[in-house]
Each structure stands twice: as structure tokens, then as C-alpha cells.
Write a protein that binds this ligand. Structure first.
Ligand code: AMP
Ligand code: MG
Length: 319
């Protein structure tokens, strides 16, 4: 049997990263949301390689990353006015838009759908790499499927050493949770996944934006079916922290300080919602490194960024 081992190199040169991608190699790189595991969609074998490296189910479509308008036009059939308005306001940035796809875009990328999800990241390293490579790059989160997304290159290495060709040693991700996904293939924008671009912000540009009901999510956004964002430790969402007894085999992440912080095996207090989002996945991973049995996460109000945060927290807490 052909070995799937890849000699994983740590790199710091965006030109080298772009060249490797253009040759069909797998390269993990930083974006403002989470680290992405990139593969050029026009290179044979690269997209298959992404699914193999992650252990990702084939019915979970990938987000295509690009910088230039000319590359976008190669990938999508048309750019509807609602998409143009959202792009004008939020690109580059943590917003993924779903378009009708061009016929050549592999159904492996889109999990058999006739639509394709596209994003133009703001992170300057990601942009340099994409410009260098010149081709559209599928880049799901750079973690083994089912694990929390990686927001540092060290966490990418922890999951994907020997499975990818290169990992770019960038900074930790500023946003820390995955992009907002909006479907622009219908008559009005439909929010499929909450993220750093909030529903309130979307509606300030397109007041007709609707929210996908979770019962329909499996049909319209296949990836939402799968288990996601889960550490080994049991995740427990709490609203009243004062009822939680400290334990050395438990962790806590919160905004409200706990009276016995030192009693937990891992304790992270964040000052604001943005910090909560950017610290969350690394907190999950650290809890697993310490082999904690359970972790308590303080709930937040579901307005603004809180909607995305509570989406990730409640999925992590699903059994
Ligand atoms: P990620 O796992 O962060 O790479 O995000 C990929 C997610 O984007 C998938 O799980 C879907 O929810 C969504 N997505 C990707 N492509 C499509 C598409 N063509 N139509 C609807 N949702 C999509
Ligand atoms: Mg993911």
C-alpha cells in the first residue's frame, strides 16, 4: 500500500508556501480566523490530500480562498448584487460567501453541490501566499477532523505532523473562530454559520438577511451535520459560576472571575468577548494536553459576536 506519510517542513517564506501550493502540495497557513490547511483546487490530488490529512468526511465541503477578482470570476458562475454589496463591505475578512460554481470546480471541493463557498482572508501572510500561488486554494481548518480548530502553528503541528508538506510559522490567529458563512445563491442572503461578521453587521448592509434554521442546516450546509469543535474533555456550559466547585481535573474559561480560580487545573479569565473567541480553541487544546476530565465554559449573551461564540460552545457541549 502506498504510504501517506509526508515529510512536514516548518517554513516562514510566503513565496515558498505559494510555490509549494502551486505544485499541488499541502501547506497549512495562518488566516485571521483559524489556521487553514491549503491545497490548490486546480492541482490533481491536492484536494483528496486535504480530506486524507484531516480525516474529514467527504460530504463536508471546503471553503475556497482567493485574493484577486480574476480568480473569483474563474470559480463562480455569477456575482449577484447581494454578494457584491457584502464583499464591498466585509472583504477582505472573516466572511465566506456561497455562489453557484463554475463547472470545472471539482465536486470533491463542494461535496457534490452545484455551489461553492469562497472567502478572501485579511491576514497579510495568507494574502501574500495566495497571491504568490495565483490559484484558488481550498483551506479548511488545519486540524484533525472533529478536534478543535488550530489557532497557533504549534497546534497545527500537534495534529498534522507527517500528514502535510509544510506548516507556515505565523502568529496566532486574531479572531480565533471560523468565518461567518452566507449563502448568496437564493433571493436573499441566508446566514448558514455564525462568525466574526455578525448578523447585525450583515443586516446593516442587507436588512433582508435571514438566518438558516438549524433543522434545515443539514440540507443547505452539509458540514453542519458533523461533530465539530470538540475537545476530549467534557464541555459544560454554565451561566452561574458561583455554583461550580473548583477541581484540579477541571478547567474553566469565563468572563466573570471565579472566587477560587487557583482550585482549577486550568483557568482562563478573559476581559471581553473578542478575547473569549480568540482564546477558546487553545483553551480546549490545553485542557486536553493536561488530560482534564471536564471544562466549564461561561455562557454569553447571543448578540453580536456572542452568537458565534455560543454556537461553538453549544456544539462543543453536545454529547
Ligand atoms: P470549515 O469546516 O471551517 O472549512 O467550513 C466549511 C463549511 O462551510 C462547511 O462545513 C459548510 O458548512 C460551509 N460550506 C462550504 N461549502 C458550502 C456550500 N457550497 N454550500 C453551503 N455551505 C458550504
Ligand atoms: Mg473545521
Amino acid at each position: 500500500m502506498k504510504s501517506s506519510f509526508r515529510d512536514t517542513r516548518l517554513i516562514q517564506d510566503t513565496r515558498e508556501a505559494g510555490e509549494l501550493l502551486a505544485r499541488g502540495m499541502l501547506v497549512a497557513f495562518p488566516t485571521e480566523t483559524v489556521y487553514g490547511l491549503g491545497g490548490a483546487i486546480d492541482q490533481p490530488g491536492a484536494v483528496e490530500g486535504i480530506f486524507a490529512a484531516k480525516g474529514r468526511p467527504a460530504d463536508n465541503p471546503l471553503i475556497v480562498h482567493l485574493v484577486e477578482r480574476s480568480v473569483l470570476e474563474k470559480v463562480v458562475l455569477a456575482i449577484p448584487p447581494m454578494a457584491q454589496e457584502l464583499m464591498d463591505q466585509f472583504w477582505p475578512g472573516p466572511l465566506t460567501l456561497v455562489f453557484k460554481k463554475q463547472a470545472w470546480v471539482s465536486s470533491l471541493v463542494t461535496a457534490g453541490l452545484d455551489s461553492v463557498a469562497v472567502r478572501s482572508p485579511a491576514n497579510p501572510i495568507a494574502r501574500e501566499i495566495l497571491l504568490e500561488c495565483k490559484c484558488p486554494v481550498a483551506a479548511p481548518s488545519a486540524n484533525r477532523s472533529g478536534r478543535p480548530s488550530a489557532t497557533t502553528w504549534q497546534s497545527v503541528l500537534e495534529d498534522l505532523n507527517g500528514k502535510v508538506d509544510a506548516i507556515f510559522q505565523g502568529e496566532s490567529c486574531a479572531v480565533g473562530i471560523e468565518s461567518t458563512v452566507v449563502d448568496c445563491t437564493g433571493s436573499q442572503p441566508e446566514l448558514l454559520r455564525a462568525g466574526a461578521v455578525t448578523l447585525e453587521q450583515l443586516r446593516s448592509i442587507r436588512p433582508d438577511t435571514v438566518v438558516l434554521k438549524r433543522t434545515h442546516a443539514a440540507v443547505n450546509s452539509p458540514g453542519l451535520r458533523h461533530k465539530h469543535y470538540q475537545p476530549q474533555a467534557k464541555v459544560i456550559l454554565v451561566n452561574d459560576l458561583s455554583r461550580i466547585e473548583p477541581k484540579k481535573d477541571a478547567g474553566m474559561i469565563c468572563m466573570t472571575p471565579h472566587a477560587s480560580a487557583a482550585g482549577f487545573g486550568l483557568y482562563v479569565q478573559v476581559s471581553e468577548m473578542e478575547r473569549y473567541a480568540s482564546q477558546l480553541y487553545e483553551f480546549f487544546r490545553e485542557a486536553d494536553r493536561k488530560q482534564l476530565a471536564e471544562i466549564y465554559c461561561e455562557g454569553v449573551p447571543t448578540s453580536g459576536l456572542g452568537a458565534a461564540l455560543m454556537d461553538r460552545l453549544s456544539r462543543a457541549a453536545e454529547s
